[in-house]
Design a binder for this molecule. Structure first.
Ligand code: NAD
Length: 261
């Protein structure tokens, strides 16, 4: 007898990530899309229930929700997941105290997995970085990231997460050793610091590299996101993995069986 496919609700279906999820789901055999929540109407979802955020309580039964929306939308979604006993996968960033509290409260009743970056490759890079830092804690480490010219923040949240992985591998606290950029007479490197460098240009989706430099040898670890699709693919895989698990907080690393920092 085949296992039934988890029933999926997409929250934020009209956004860039929502559209990417919908196009990937067209070929998915692992999840069954049953509802979508969108602020804007969508003509291309056929018979699917497309709900406005205020109507989420009317959604048909679902086993897992994937959310890429806005922080203020999370409490309502978290409540709906608890009411249905459904798992919650969220990639919405910039969470405020209300949204963070909503995730923690929901995790008492249902499985919850929130990640700032759903790329499985980045999760693997973080684990490799931690391993490298732990093996050669005295080597210098610099983290270099490149993003499109419109990116507002620097360094990227992912670069900071990689920095945390390196700091954890060395037994450091990132805030004590992070060094952002290097210029002028204060430029010489301080032993033990982790340097961050941000490049901006064009439409680069997201490149991250770590340089580990020892005496007469270097190791470079790099990841390149070729399209936003990587985040949607990671979220779909996380949804399949999370559905039906026991309540609690999970991490993207758990999906790959990796340790997390
Ligand atoms: P977008 O602006 O294109 O789409 C946002 C979506 O959220 C739209 O469908 C909009 O209708 C919906 N929305 C907004 N307010 C809502 C509300 N109150 N209730 C319900 N739905 C609401 O944005 P995007 O590029 O798709 O990104 C969405 C979020 O995901 C952002 O926070 C972004 O930073 C984050 N993101 C995370 C990852 C990751 O890997 N974790 C990757 C890409 C984007």
């Amino acid at each position: 007898m085949s296992t039934p496919r988890p029933r999926l609700l997409i929250h934020g279906a009209s956004g860039r990530m929502g559209r990417s999820l919908l196009s990937l789901l067209a070929e998915s055999t692992q999840l069954q899309l049953v509802a979508a929540v969108a602020n804007a109407p969508r003509a291309d979802l056929g018979a699917l229930a497309v709900l406005r955020p205020a109507q989420i309580g009317q959604a048909p039964a679902f086993d897992v929700a994937i959310d890429f929306s806005a922080p203020q939308a999370l409490p309502g979604l978290a409540e709906a997941c608890v009411a249905r006993g459904a798992a919650l996968v969220s990639g919405t960033t910039g969470l405020d105290a209300d949204a963070l509290a909503a995730l923690s409260t929901a995790a008492l009743k249902v499985p919850v997995l929130w990640a700032a970056n759903f790329s499985l490759g980045v999760a693997l890079l973080a684990a490799l970085s931690r391993m490298a830092a732990s093996a050669v804690p005295d080597w210098d480490c610099e983290i270099i990231e490149t993003h499109h010219r419109r990116k507002q923040d620097a360094p990227s949240g992912t670069a900071l997460r990689l920095g945390e992985a390196v700091a954890a591998g060395r037994g450091q606290v990132l805030a004590d050793v992070a060094r952002h950029g290097r210029a002028g007479s204060e430029a010489p490197r301080i032993e033990g610091e982790i340097g961050f460098h941000a490049m901006r240009g064009g439409d680069v989706v997201g490149d991250h590299s770590l340089l580990f430099a020892g005496e007469a040898e270097c190791i470079e670890l790099s990841h390149r996101a070729l399209s936003r699709e990587v985040f949607a693919r990671g979220a779909l895989r996380a949804a399949v993995w999370l559905s039906g698990r026991t309540p609690g907080r999970y991490h993207i690393e758990d999906v790959l069986g990796l340790p997390h920092s």
